[in-house]
Design a protein around this ligand. Structure first.
Ligand SMILES: N[C@@H](CC(=O)c1ccccc1NC=O)C(=O)O
Length: 306
C-alpha cells in the first residue's frame, strides 16, 4: 500500500516520511548500537530463553494454564517465595510486532519481581497470521479477567508490555469490563517502547502477516481512541509509566511521548521516562537484572502501593 498523502508542510508527521524511511523508523533492530541487527534479535531470544529456564527451575510456577478454550490461550504464573494468594500480580505481554515471540521465552522480569513478593504472569496470544489484532486484544482482556477471578484477593494487578505488547496492554484503557463479569483490580501500567497509533504500520512490511486495513488499525489504536473518548480514568490512583529507550527510533519516541501527553490530558496519573543508554531490546532484557533502573521503577511503584 502506498503511504497516504503528505501531511501539512513543517508538521512533524510520519506521513512526510518516504516508504523506506517509514520502514526504517519502524524496524527497531536497525537502531541498536552495540550489535548488528540480526545479532541483537538473537541475543534478545537467547536472554529470554535463559531467563525463562531459570524462572521455571527456581520459582514455584503453574505453567500452560488455560485462560480460554483456544489452543493458544495459555499463561504461566510464577509465584514469590512466600506463598500467598494476596500478593500483587504483574502480567507481562511480550512484543514481536504481533507476529513473533512467545510466553516460553519472555520471563525476563520474573526473577527480580518474584524475589520481592510480586507474582508474575506471562501470557500467550495468537500471533498473526493466525490471530488478528481484534482477537489478540480480546485474548489479553480475557487473560486479565481470568487472573482477577483466580486471585480475587490480589493486592493489585499491574500490566507490563513491551513494544507490540505495550500496545495490547494500553488497549485495556478502553475496555468495558462488564461483559467479562469482573473488574480487575488494576493499579498500574508499565508501557515499554510501545506503539499506540497503528496507522503507520499499515504501510510497512510488518503488515504482511497482520493484514490490517486502515479501519482495523484505527479501531485498535489507543492513541486515537483515547483522544476521542469522553471517558475518565476508572481509578485516578492507577499509575501509568510510559517509557522508551534512549536509542529507540525517533518515531518510537514520538509515539510514546504523544501517548503520554494524551493520557495526561485525559486525567490519567501518567509519567514519562526515557531510559538512558538502552535500545529497544536492552530495555527489556535488562529487566532480568534487579538493579536496572526500569526494574527499580517497576518494583518501587508496586511495592509502594500495598
Ligand atoms: N523485525 C523487527 C523485530 C521487532 O520489532 C521486535 C522483536 C522482538 C520484540 C519486539 C519487537 N518489536 C515490536 O514488537 C525488528 O526490526 O527489530
Amino acid at each position: 500500500m502506498e503511504v497516504p498523502g503528505r501531511g501539512p508542510p513543517g508538521e512533524a508527521s510520519w506521513k512526510n516520511l518516504s516508504k523506506e524511511e517509514l520502514e526504517n523508523q519502524y524496524s527497531p533492530s536497525r537502531w541498536v548500537i552495540r550489535q548488528g541487527a540480526e545479532e541483537a534479535l538473537r541475543t534478545y531470544s537467547h536472554i529470554g530463553d535463559e531467563a525463562t529456564k531459570k524462572a521455571r527451575a527456581t520459582r514455584r510456577s503453574l505453567l500452560h494454564v488455560p485462560y480460554g478454550d483456544g489452543e493458544g490461550e495459555k499463561l504461566d504464573i510464577y509465584f514469590p517465595g512466600e506463598v500467598s494468594a494476596a500478593s500483587p500480580f504483574c502480567l507481562f505481554f511480550h512484543g514481536g510486532y504481533w507476529q513473533s515471540g512467545s510466553k516460553d521465552t519472555s520471563a525476563f522480569m520474573v526473577n527480580p519481581l518474584t524475589a520481592q513478593g510480586v507474582a508474575v504472569v506471562v501470557m500467550a496470544y495468537d500471533l498473526a497470521p493466525k490471530g488478528t489484532l481484534d482477537q489478540m486484544v480480546d485474548q489479553v482482556t480475557r487473560s486479565i479477567a481470568f487472573v482477577q477471578k483466580q486471585y480475587p484477593y490480589n493486592e493489585g494487578i499491574y500490566l507490563c508490555g513491551h513494544s507490540a505488547g505495550a500496545h495490547l496492554a494500553s488497549m485495556m484503557f478502553l475496555t468495558n469490563w462488564t461483559k467479562h463479569g469482573v473488574t480487575p483490580n488494576l493499579k498500574g501500567f508499565f508501557l515499554v517502547s510501545g506503539i499506540y497509533d497503528l496507522e503507520p504500520i499499515v504501510y510497512t512490511t510488518h503488515n504482511a502477516p497482520l493484514r490490517m486495513t486502515l479501519e482495523d488499525a484505527q479501531r485498535n489504536s489507543p492513541q486515537l481512541l483515547l483522544e476521542a473518548a469522553l471517558t475518565q480514568p476508572s481509578d485516578p490512583a492507577c499509575h501509568v509509566l510510559v517509557t522508551v529507550g534512549q536509542h529507540d527510533s525517533p518515531e518510537f519516541h514520538r509515539q510514546s511521548r504523544e501517548f503520554y501527553q494524551t493520557l495526561s490530558r485525559r486525567g490519567w496519573n501518567a509519567s514519562f521516562e526515557e531510559i538512558h543508554d538502552v535500545d529497544h531490546f536492552e530495555i527489556i532484557w535488562n529487566l532480568t537484572q534487579k538493579d536496572f533502573v526500569l526494574t527499580q521503577m517497576i518494583l518501587k511503584t508496586i511495592l509502594q502501593e500495598h
